[in-house]
Design a protein around this ligand. Structure first.
Ligand code: 2P0
Length: 320
């Protein structure tokens, strides 16, 4: 009746933006991500027949905001007539600020609730369930480089390369820790319905996935850097051209981007990516991590820095 799991967020190098089926939360496009190591979310689920309703505690404080989405995830895994549950969540990084907190939360929750319900599910089953809760969550089930593909009527995830087979580093520059103005779920629908670039975005995605997949197989950093930056800027162009426009960047985001460009000009192996928030993620070869971190730390507007390697997928944590 109890399960605890831990999962790390992932950062997409080839992005998921847009849905082909809103009801089932199926993505319009495939995506490729890296799972991080140092940032994590722990989710603990305890079913209790005595409880009248699900409860949620986030970082030791009662917090109902995410409860409807978490309860729906519990229903999908354990059935609607399940006992109510006490959910404890802890997270060591800012929530809902474009750092993929929903990915690690729903990956950990799906694994934890399956265990609490006494179910032994395959990665395919977990991916389908986690993906219905949050599209990017299915990718956090696996470690290292992960591809999410659309199948005929669902999604599937696979590992392209383990974390230790290409140990890239990621420097996350925080420019604003507050929650984002428009959540990704709503923003994606606005883009699909209004952006004149949305159809080209979807059409070109297979080509970007092919390029990135081959670059990862060959450990070709420059090719991966070029396609990841291109794909990221295309996604933001889709958002900027939406009505209303969605601009997640702030002035410091742009300054960080210029810092990365300057480093690249000096021969540093680094590239940027930006999600639905103002933070910059600078992905780099391990030998340049200290230099990238130092340069971003002194970039005006950067309030915090987190440097992390690549990590493993979601897993159960057994209590002593
Ligand atoms: C990604 N993002 O691939 C992209 C890039 C944000 C920008 O996946 O609606 O929170 O819950 O399926 O997973 C954020 O979207 O969206 C996301 P839902 P999710 O990482």
């Amino acid at each position: 009746m109890q399960g605890t799991a831990i999962a790390q967020p992932n950062i997409a190098l080839i992005k998921y933006w847009g849905k082909r089926d809103v009801e089932r939360n199926l993505p319009a496009v495939g995506s490729i991500s890296i799972t991080l190591r140092e940032l994590h979310t722990r989710m603990s689920v305890t079913f209790d027949e005595v409880l009248a309703a699900d409860t949620l505690t986030v970082n030791d404080a009662p917090d109902d905001r995410m409860l409807p989405r978490l309860s729906a995830c519990l229903d999908r895994v354990a059935g609607k007539d399940r006992p109510r549950a006490r959910i404890l969540s802890s997270c060591n990084f800012p929530i809902a600020a474009g750092l993929a907190s929903s990915a690690s939360s729903f990956a950990a929750l799906t694994v934890a609730v399956a265990d609490a319900a006494g179910q032994s599910l395959s990665t395919a089953e977990l991916a389908s369930l986690a993906g219905q809760a949050s599209g990017s969550a299915a990718r956090s089930l696996l470690g290292g480089f992960v591809e999410l593909r659309n199948t005929d009527d669902d999604i599937e995830v696979s590992s392209l390369c383990a974390a230790d087979e290409w140990p890239l580093m990621v420097v996350v520059a925080i420019t604003e820790a507050g929650p984002k103005p428009v959540g990704s779920t709503e923003a994606m629908e606005i883009s699909r319905k209004t952006s004149p670039f949305f159809s080209s975005w979807v059409e070109q995605q297979e080509q970007d996935l092919d390029t990135a997949r081959a670059a990862i197989a060959e450990r070709d950093f420059q090719t991966l850097a070029a396609i990841a930056e291109h794909n990221c800027l295309k996604m933001h162009s889709v958002m900027w051209a939406s009505r209303p426009p969605m601009v997640y960047w702030n002035a410091a985001t742009m300054r960080c981007l210029q810092t990365v460009r300057r480093l690249q000009g000096q021969g540093v192996g680094v590239f940027f990516t930006i999600d639905a928030g103002p933070q910059i993620k600078a992905v780099c070869l391990p030998e340049f991590a200290a230099q990238v971190e130092a340069a971003l730390r002194v970039t005006p507007g950067v309030t915090d820095i987190m440097t992390t390697g690549l990590g493993e997928g979601a897993r159960l944590e057994h209590m002593e």
